[in-house]
Design a protein around this ligand. Structure first.
Ligand code: SAH
Ligand code: SF4
Ligand code: F3S
Length: 436
């Protein structure tokens, strides 16, 4: 029996899909396949913005035909969207052929739901439960070698006014430090070369006396040839201690993803972000004083309710000052149930689109300028994959920049020294000149 998983959303979800694959293996589904050949199709959904939901709706509709053609095909839908107020009911109504709806709260229960579905003919809905995941004991089927994602916490307590995550993922829960460490040690032993610690707000991690900087340091001191990243940090919780840990542990990548969202203090306050533009920039200054080569990436939202042209320009000027290595940019999307959705002063779509285009242009220009400085330099990348179309291997340096190169032998999983010949946008092209 074969399975097919379709994943939307963030790295948290990508990793959860690896756990879903683990559950499916336990239920007798042996290999991944195309949707057409699968005996079970699982959608792992995201609802962070409206367009994420529209993708899910569109692609679910297309399954109707498959379901009609193949008797016994199970269609299961899980993830964040399913836990959104009223969405499970809407999904049942619009897509009556869905067999199982399951929330993110208890992936380990998915096996049981599948068994029940095979035994009974009726639709199974398990969206909310008593239990919240922290230790689910599921062996993920990892798909991102040489990287391995490791959850350190779940949920979020921040309630940024635009964001649905706290509603669908519930309150913050940290995993036990010793469990995290055990997982990391095992992964390094198995040969994983990059560990990415995941949480919606890693700086809030706490297990008894162990806060995030200490956990990061413990991970970075595990013996073996690997590097470690983490995301996401929140500017309101940023600490010098974290910088110190990054600085003194060579295994920690010199990269920080620090979402700023806006450059305007009035908008930041409406967003409930709990820092100012000045505080954010001061943090970057401190970081760069200690770790001058540290790459900073960010997330930015344009068109938040009541955002004026002047305030948007403050975002542009912050981007100029902050000198980000790259940025994810979004148009504000109202999410039912969040504080911001109730605000007056919707910014018209055309205005938001125009602001987004200007922002992207600025970010791209900065990225290009940074890439150009690489030419002639040597960087070390961790080779992740081969791009068959280009006929080249590819990987990332510690700053997150993508490098492509030729190799006669399989390079995946190797730390490769590249001399950079040319840059194209965010991508670098180089010649191999050594391996670690
Ligand atoms: N916990 C992480 C990730 C949150 S989701 C963090 O706090 O950074 C990733 C990004 O999506 C956010 O940083 C934000 O920029 C964007 N985002 C979240 N909700 C949004 C919304 N309603 N509209 C547009 N962008 C949104
Ligand atoms: Fe959403 Fe804010 Fe939590 Fe990030 S920190 S998940 S943006 S509420
Ligand atoms: Fe991630 Fe989307 Fe959920 S961004 S936490 S999958 S709403």
């Amino acid at each position: 029996m074969k399975y097919h998983i379709v994943t939307y959303g963030c790295q948290m979800n990508l990793h959860e899909s690896e756990k879903i694959a683990g559950v499916l293996r336990g239920e007798g589904y042996t290999e991944p396949s195309s949707a057409e050949e699968a005996d079970i199709i699982v959608f792992n959904t995201c609802c962070i913005r409206e367009n994420a939901e529209n993708h899910v709706f569109g692609n679910l509709g297309a399954l109707k035909k498959l379901k009609r053609q193949k008797k016994g095909l199970i269609i299961a839908v899980g993830g964040c969207m399913v836990r959104e107020e009223g969405k499970a009911a809407l999904l049942c109504e619009r897509f009556p052929f869905i067999d199982i709806l399951f929330g993110t709260h208890d992936l380990s229960a998915l096996g049981e739901l599948i068994r029940r579905k095979r035994a009974e003919r009726k639709k199974i809905v398990s969206v909310r439960g008593e239990r919240e995941e922290t230790e689910d004991g599921i062996m993920p089927v990892r798909t991102s070698y040489p990287n391995a994602w490791v959850n350190i916490m779940y949920g979020c307590n921040n309630f940024c006014s635009y964001c649905i995550v706290p509603y669908v993922r519930g309150r913050e829960r940290s995993r036990r430090a010793e469990d995290v460490m055990e997982e990391v040690r095992a992964l390094v032993r198995e040969g994983y070369r990059e560990i990415t610690l995941l949480g919606q707000n890693v700086d809030s991690y706490r297990d008894g006396g162990v806060a995030f900087p200490e956990l990061l340091e413990r991970v970075a001191q595990v013996e073996g040839d690997f590097r470690v990243r983490f995301m996401t940090s929140h500017p309101k919780d940023f600490t010098e201690e974290l910088i110190a840990v990054m600085k003194r542990n060579p295994k920690v990548c010199n990269h920080l993803h620090l979402p700023v969202q806006s450059g305007s203090n009035r908008i930041l306050s409406l967003m409930n972000r709990r820092y100012t533009r000045e505080k954010y920039l001061a943090e970057l200054e401190l970081l760069r004083r200690e770790i001058p080569d540290c790459a900073v990436t960010t997330d930015i939202i344009v068109g938040f309710p009541t955002e004026t042209e002047e305030e948007f320009r403050e975002t542009l000027s912050l981007v100029e000052e902050a000198d980000f290595a790259s940025a994810f940019t979004f148009i504000y999307s109202p999410r039912t149930g969040t504080k911001a959705a109730a605000l007056d002063g919707r910014v018209p779509d055309e205005v938001s689109k125009e602001r987004l285009a200007r922002l992207i242009e600025l970010v791209n220009e900065q990225t290009r300028r940074k890439s150009a400085q690489y030419t002639g330099k040597t960087v070390e990348i961790l080779c992740e994959d081969r791009d068959e179309k280009k006929g080249l291997y590819l990987g990332r340096d510690q700053y997150g920049r993508m490098g492509y190169f030729e190799s006669a032998t399989d390079a995946v999983g190797a730390f490769v020294q590249l001399r950079i010949d040319r840059a194209n946008g965010i991508s670098l092209y180089g010649t191999e000149c050594g391996r670690r």
